[in-house]
Design a binder for this molecule. Structure first.
Ligand code: TRP
Length: 331
């Protein structure tokens, strides 16, 4: 049994790429390990959301994870800002995080390039806050994508530095973790290989999208003029449609259209209609559940109350021990 910790970006609506990636991964491990999944709302402050957006995004993400089947009885589900111990550990770790190493972080350099008007100190110390999230529960496994590997490496650096400085093997080293290899990568509708909402809103099918919206988006998906030779290699955008079909439709449907493609008889209009209907059928139960949960504040409050209690129990133990190791003593 490992302690798994993962932060969920509070960016509002989730899409099918998130579902087949992070969420499926969570679903597979939630009953196998001691899991802490939290919504990283402090991290989102680097981009200065309005108070209304901050709250709505947190709620939407919470609701959608629950709708997808995250089991709040099995995992400790909470909101980062409800655990004050997070900020205490963050402060302590900041003292042993060097500005030079933080400035060399790829994600920070990327932010400087993209948003030179908003290089705040929170961005610089983003990896320290993330380290605090993980170390707070002495996490050993962290389900994250490739883009977070460097942050995790920094978490190990901070953990080891703390242990060395205080001559105590206190924090374990956390490593990236994916449950099984069979996670499918969901492509975008715009020809890109990865469904993403930041690049183009219309490239993503959101879990909460209404059927009409899904139909419109899928019908507008990028294709080409169609194959001219039997068994022709598919261009990326067409390959994407087939991959979406593989994830959302039945095997027979996929093979039917694949055969039509290989014999140069495929009509993309028909294929897209089928894909849209299958996407609607696939998302139907999620959409229903999302709607139901969005209006059930009482249930959400209950889930968060239990989650916060369990998270604080673990966090306050760590902080108590860390304070003692560092030499904080009461008179
Ligand atoms: N930085 C992560 C992301 O952008 C979110 C995150 C915050 C996180 N704290 C974490 C992930 C702790 C794993 C563990 O996706």
């Amino acid at each position: 049994m490992e302690t798994v910790v993962s932060g969920i970006r509070s960016t509002g609506n989730l899409h099918l790429g998130n579902y087949f990636g992070a969420i499926k991964n969570f679903l597979k491990m939630q009953h196998e390990h001691r899991c802490f999944f939290f919504i990283a709302d402090y991290h989102s402050l680097t981009t200065h959301p309005t108070p209304k957006d901050l709250h709505n995004n947190v709620k939407q993400v919470l609701v959608e994870y629950l709708a997808c089947g995250i089991d709040p009885e099995a995992v400790t589900m909470y909101i980062q800002s409800d655990i004050p111990e997070t900020t205490e550990l963050y402060l302590m770790l900041n003292m042993n995080a060097y500005v030079g190493e933080l400035e060399r972080c790829t994600s920070f350099k990327e932010k400087i390039r993209k948003h030179p008007e908003n290089i705040n100190a929170g961005l610089l110390t983003y990896p320290v806050l993330m380290a605090a999230d993980v170390l707070l529960h002495k996490g050993t496994k962290v389900p994250v994508g490739k883009d977070q590997e460097q942050h995790l490496e920094m978490t190990r650096t901070f953990a080891n530095r703390f242990n060395r400085m205080y001559k105590k093997e206190y924090f374990p080293e956390p490593y990236a973790f994916n449950f099984g290899e069979e996670l499918i990568k969901i492509p975008g509708l715009d020809g890109s290989t990865k469904m993403s909402k930041s690049d183009n809103e219309n490239s993503a099918i959101f879990l909460a999208d209404e059927p009409e919206v899904i139909r419109k988006k899928v019908m507008r998906a990028v294709t080409d003029a169609g194959p001219t030779k039997p068994n022709q290699e598919k261009p990326q955008a067409v390959e994407n449609l087939f991959n979406l079909m593989l994830a959302l439709s039945s095997k027979e449907t996929y093979e039917h259209f694949n055969e039509l493609y290989n014999t140069c008889q495929v009509r993309y209009g028909d294929m897209k209609k089928q894909l849209a209907e299958d996407a609607i059928i696939f998302t139907n139960p999620l959409r229903e559940k999302i709607k139901e949960l969005l209006s059930n504040d009482e249930y959400l409050r209950k889930v968060l109350k239990t989650g916060t209690e369990k998270a604080r129990e673990s966090a306050s133990k760590t902080i108590r021990e860390v304070r003692e190791i560092m030499g904080f003593k009461s008179f």
